[in-house]
Design a protein around this ligand. Structure first.
Ligand code: NDP
Length: 308
């Protein structure tokens, strides 16, 4: 029985070592060297090959090595194939660090001070206490809830929005399209931590920005497809939004002419909020394989209907 790995080849070497050391009963193969495809029961991948059903006829599960699965075309995968995402604790740790940095940067006007330094200006701006800064989290899943816990420790006034109703101590929770306007009007800093699905694509658009308070800021840590980039530019340039920190973009990297590169009120990072680390991810992946072998449900299994 074999596992086929189809992701970053350099990290593949570490995955191979880990399998040899801790799961010698599972033969590790690395794309494109599939060997006899009939042996392959598990695919650990960032992106899946198109003709999966014919290519790997005995595939039992697709184990994504990322927290999001929007890069997979779920509609073209065999309908009964279980698909799981990666619940690697190091991803959540990275997301918490990044969100903390980004929220504090916006809270403490660091985009403004960066520009002032470049212009050699020494102007101070009034400090807002954390308890008066309202931080709203879109998406109260694995990442959103961990980030809420982290930000609670810093004293921010927190709210959250998800598809279904949640009860989280210290977080005012809103659910569904109906409660979105009420949620948005109380967000000085909005963090997007949604999965990219047909329902959430383009959700960060002009209509949404209008519902945020004057001077609000945006952090997008979800996917580039959530953001209508032209609408963000318009909202920043009109002065309605104060700033944006973006870890993800429609096209990564953005083209050289992209207006965000030099925008004074945008900070971009190259999709580095979190990364899968083979050492911590391996234990999660192996646990899922063992679960599958015992006939137990997978952790992080994707609902093929909702797409996340
Ligand atoms: P989860 O599946 O655990 O949580 C998703 C959350 O989004 C849930 O609370 C869910 O609601 C909510 N949601 C989904 N669809 C909708 C909708 N239509 N309307 C309102 N709420 C919705 O995902 P994670 O927290 O693990 O990850 C979220 C995303 O973060 C990933 O999909 C990925 O895109 C991104 N990510 C980015 C990384 C980076 O490096 N920048 C790294 C890791 C993740 P409900 O609770 O009701 O189901």
């Amino acid at each position: 029985m074999a596992l086929l790995y189809k992701a970053d080849p350099q990290r593949g070497a570490r995955w191979r070592q880990l399998f040899a050391e801790h799961a010698p009963d599972i033969e590790f193969r690395q794309w494109p060297d599939t060997g006899d495809p009939a042996d392959i029961h598990y695919l650990a991948a960032w992106q899946a090959p198109d003709d999966l059903a014919t290519l790997l006829p005995n595939l039992k599960a697709l184990l994504a090595i990322s927290a999001g699965v929007d890069q997979l075309n779920l509609h073209t995968l065999p309908p009964e194939l279980p698909v799981a995402r990666m619940l690697d604790p190091s991803i959540t740790a990275g997301m918490c660090e990044y969100a903390t940095w980004a929220v504090l940067s916006l809270h403490r006007d660091m985009l403004l001070y960066r520009n002032q330094q470049q212009a050699m200006r020494w102007d101070e701006h009034t400090l807002v206490p954390a308890g008066q800064r309202r931080v709203g989290i879109m998406g109260l899943g694995q990442q959103g809830q961990a980030i809420a816990r982290q930000l609670q420790g810093l004293g921010f006034a927190l709210s959250g929005w998800a598809r279904s109703a949640h009860q989280i101590e210290g977080v005012e929770c809103f659910a569904g399209a109906q409660q979105l306007p009420a949620f948005l009007q109380g967000c000085d800093i909005l963090i997007c931590l949604l999965p990219l699905t047909a329902q959430t694509r383009g959700i960060l658009d002009g209509r949404l920005f209008e519902q945020l308070p004057q001077g609000a800021s945006l952090i997008n840590m979800g996917r580039g497809g959530h953001l209508v980039e032209a609408d963000l530019l318009a909202a920043l340039d009109s002065g309605h939004l104060a700033g944006a920190i973006l870890d993800v973009m429609q096209q990564e990297p953005p083209v050289a002419e992209h207006p965000f590169w030099h925008h004074p009120r945008i900070a971009m990072t190259p999709h580095i909020a979190a990364m899968t680390h083979p050492d911590s991810a391996f234990a999660v992946l192996l646990d899922n394989i063992r679960r599958h072998q015992r006939g137990e449900p997978l952790t992080g299994q994707i609902d093929r209907h909702t797409g996340y």
